[in-house]
Design a protein around this ligand. Structure first.
Ligand code: COA
Length: 226
């Protein structure tokens, strides 16, 4: 059994060893509609290859429109948040069936955004790039078809580096496997060396790469109660 498969076993989910800071400082729970503003904020605060995108985007909501909010609205059953005494400080967002999720994006989520951000008014800057993406979402790569779920994982700096990324990821992998996904994929900016090192440290491998994106993926083991 590979390390990623072991990670997804229920017995491996949750704190298995002491974190560098007290684990009780952070609580993990299912996301609710009230978390939507925090999701937008965290998405922006980690939008530049894991670093703060404030000031990079003229419209601070654009990253969240694409990479955070639609998960909570369309697939809340696959959304987890981490919180501490100061509030929500991280999330793991996903969907078990990417094809169905993308269909719902097209039907429900993207049409009003396309009206609000017309392609004809897209600038040549970072905002414009995301507006183009709203109008022309990337095609699902054939190499990723064996991994039907996908996910996003982001923590604010105060929650990073103390085991909470691993904890969130393991919990979401378990959630997606329980929902029946055969596997999961996720994209990482190659400029985000920290995230690349994190996923490799946890035993995951790049299955496909294209300019600006490394695609990590793992299959869930069949018949192991997930
Ligand atoms: C990347 C990110 C999710 C990692 O989460 P984290 O909470 O900082 O990482 P953890 O503390 O849970 O680390 C888990 C393990 O990975 C190791 N690790 C973390 N980053 C590593 C790196 N760059 N290289 C090697 N190992 C690394 C840790 O040492 C730890 O190992 P251990 O369990 O054996 O002690 C988090 O830092 C983050 O959200 N960054 C900003 C947003 C981002 O980049 N998101 C990912 C977009 S794809």
């Amino acid at each position: 059994m590979t390390t990623p498969e072991r990670l997804a076993q229920p017995s491996m989910v949750g704190p298995q060893k002491p974190f560098k800071r007290a684990a009780t400082r952070f609580a993990l729970r299912a996301a609710t509609a009230a978390d939507l503003p925090a999701l937008y904020q965290i998405c922006l605060a980690t939008a530049l290859a894991g670093h703060d995108g404030s000031g990079h985007y003229r419209d601070p909501e654009l990253p969240g429109h694409l990479y955070a909010a639609p998960y909570l609205v369309l697939a809340p059953e696959s959304c987890l948040v981490l919180e501490d005494e100061a509030g929500v400080c991280g999330y793991a967002l996903g969907c078990a069936d990417s094809a169905a999720f993308h269909a719902r994006l097209e039907q429900q989520w993207l049409p009003p955004l396309r009206q609000r951000y017309p392609l004809s008014e897209a600038s040549a800057d970072a905002d414009g790039q995301l507006i183009h993406r709203l109008h022309q979402p990337p095609q699902w790569l054939p190499a990723l078809l064996p991994f039907p779920a996908h996910l996003h994982l982001d923590l604010l700096p105060r929650a990073q580096g103390c085991g909470q990324g691993r904890r969130l990821l393991e919990a979401l992998l378990e959630t997606l496997a329980r929902q029946g996904a055969a596997g999961v994929h996720w994209g990482v900016d190659p400029a985000n060396g920290r995230a690349v090192g994190f996923y490799r440290r946890l035993g995951f491998e790049v299955v496909w790469q294209q300019p600006g994106c490394l695609w990590f993926a793992t299959r869930f083991s069949a018949g192991e109660g997930l």
